[in-house]
Design a protein around this ligand. Structure first.
Ligand code: ZN
Length: 366
C-alpha cells in the first residue's frame, strides 16, 4: 500500500505502518499537550496509542495464523487508524473455515483480557490503582478495557467486520455462499446506517467513517461473491489470453512500446528460453521510460515476483490470487511452458460476455 512503511516481520507476515497512523499519534500527543501541558501525560498518551495498536496487530495475527491452518498465506498486515488490514492470498472457501478465521481475531482480545484480569490485574491493581474512574485508572487497566471493547465491537454482525463474517459463515452452512452473503450484506448495511446516525448525532467522525467503511465494504464483497460464482468451475484456459507477445530480458524498451502501440495486452511476459523470468507491466514500462528512456533493457525494469496458474485451475481461485498479487497479470504455465496470460481486465471481459449470454437466455425464455 502507498504511504506505508515496513516495520518488521512476525511469523512470516510483513508488518506495515500507514502514514496516517503516525499522524493520529502526533495528533493525540498534541491534544494531550494542549489539554494537560505536561510532558509526562503526552508520553503516556502516545504510549497508550502505540500499545493499543500492538493489540490490533495481535488481533490481525490471530486471523492470519488461523488462515494459515487452512493453507492461506497472509502476505502483510498494515496498521491504520481504523484498525489493521490483513492481505491474505485467498479467502477461506468453506463456511466453517471462514467462521474459525473470523473468530480468531476477537479471540485474541478475549485471551488478553483473560490473562490480564486472571493474573496481572489482582496484583498490580492493589499496588497501583488510585483512581478507578473510566477517564482515570492506571495505564494497563485502561488498555485492558480498550482491548475488551475491540474484541466485542468486532463481533457486531456488520459485514464485512468479523461479526458479519461469522454471521455469513453460519448462514452459508444452510443457504449457500450467495444467499448468505446477500443477507449478511443487508444486515451489515442496515447497521452501517445505524452507525452513521449515531456518528452524526454525536458529531463523532470516527463512527461516520466506520459506517462508510462497512457500507462500501459490504457492497464490494457482494460484487466479489457474484463474480466468483460466475467464475467457479470454469477452467482458466477458457478465459486466458492466448494471442501473446513476449519479450526477452535483453530487449530494449522500444520493442515493448511497439507491442503496446500495436494494440496487444498491457503487460508482457519476459522469457529466457522457454522459462518465464519476469513480467514487464505497463506501469513499470512508463516509469522506466520517464527515468531511463527507451534505450533501457527489459531486465532492468521487469517485475520478478509474480504468481502463476495452471491451465486446468478454476478461474475463481486464479481471480482471488490476482486480487492479492502486486502484479496485475499472471502467466498460465503448462509444465513450466507459457500457454497464456490472465489479467483483471481479461476476467472482467469474460464476466461481461457471460452476463450478456445469460441476458439472451432469459430473453429467449421470456
Ligand atoms: Zn478482526
Amino acid at each position: 500500500m502507498k504511504w506505508s512503511w515496513r516495520v518488521g516481520r512476525i511469523a512470516d507476515v510483513t508488518v506495515y505502518l500507514h502514514a496516517t497512523l503516525l499522524i493520529l499519534i502526533a495528533w493525540v500527543g498534541y491534544e494531550y499537550y494542549a489539554w494537560r501541558h505536561r510532558a509526562g501525560d503526552v508520553v503516556e498518551a502516545v504510549l497508550f496509542v502505540a500499545c493499543f495498536f500492538v493489540i490490533v496487530l495481535l488481533h490481525e495475527l490471530g486471523h492470519a495464523l488461523a488462515a494459515r491452518r487452512y493453507g492461506i498465506r497472509t502476505r502483510d498486515i498494515t496498521l491504520m487508524p481504523i484498525g489493521g488490514l490483513a492481505r491474505m492470498d485467498a479467502l477461506p472457501d468453506k463456511p466453517h473455515q471462514e467462521l474459525i478465521v473470523a473468530l480468531a481475531g476477537p479471540s485474541v482480545n478475549f485471551l488478553i483480557a483473560l490473562l490480564y484480569w486472571g493474573t496481572i490485574s489482582p496484583i498490580s491493581e492493589l499496588a497501583l490503582t488510585t483512581d478507578l474512574s473510566w477517564g482515570g485508572g492506571h495505564f494497563f487497566q485502561k488498555l485492558a478495557w480498550a482491548n475488551l471493547a475491540m474484541g466485542v465491537f468486532n463481533l457486531v454482525p456488520a459485514f464485512p467486520m468479523d461479526g458479519g463474517r461469522v454471521l455469513r459463515s453460519i448462514l452459508a452452512m444452510r443457504l449457500g455462499a450467495n444467499r448468505a452473503t446477500r443477507l449478511a450484506v443487508d444486515v451489515g448495511q442496515a447497521l452501517a446506517f445505524a452507525f452513521g446516525a449515531v456518528g452524526l448525532y454525536a458529531m463523532n467522525p470516527l463512527w461516520v467513517f466506520i459506517a462508510l467503511f462497512v457500507f462500501v465494504g459490504a457492497d464490494q464483497e457482494l460484487e466479489l461473491v457474484k463474480m466468483r460464482s460466475v467464475l467457479s468451475g470454469v477452467p482458466i484456459k477458457r478465459v486466458m489470453i492466448t494471442d501473446l507477445r513476449t519479450l526477452a530480458p535483453h530487449d530494449r524498451l522500444d520493442r515493448a512500446i511497439d507491442h503496446t502501440l500495436a494494440g496487444f495486452h498491457q503487460d508482457f511476459p519476459v522469457l529466457e528460453g522457454d522459462r518465464v523470468v519476469g513480467i514487464l507491466t505497463r506501469r513499470g514500462l512508463l516509469t522506466a521510460l520517464t527515468r531511463q528512456g527507451q534505450n533501457a533493457t527489459v531486465d532492468d525494469v521487469m517485475q520478478r515476483e509474480f504468481q502463476t496458474a495452471q491451465p486446468s485451475e478454476e478461474a475463481d481461485a486464479v481471480f482471488g490470487r490476482l486480487q492479492t498479487s502486486d502484479c496485475r497479470s499472471l502467466p498460465v504455465l503448462d509444465h513450466n511452458r507459457l500457454v497464456g496470460m490472465v489479467t483483471a481486465e481479461n476476467l472482467g471481459e469474460f464476466l461481461m460476455i457471460q452476463s450478456a449470454l445469460r441476458g439472451k437466455r432469459k430473453a429467449a425464455q421470456g
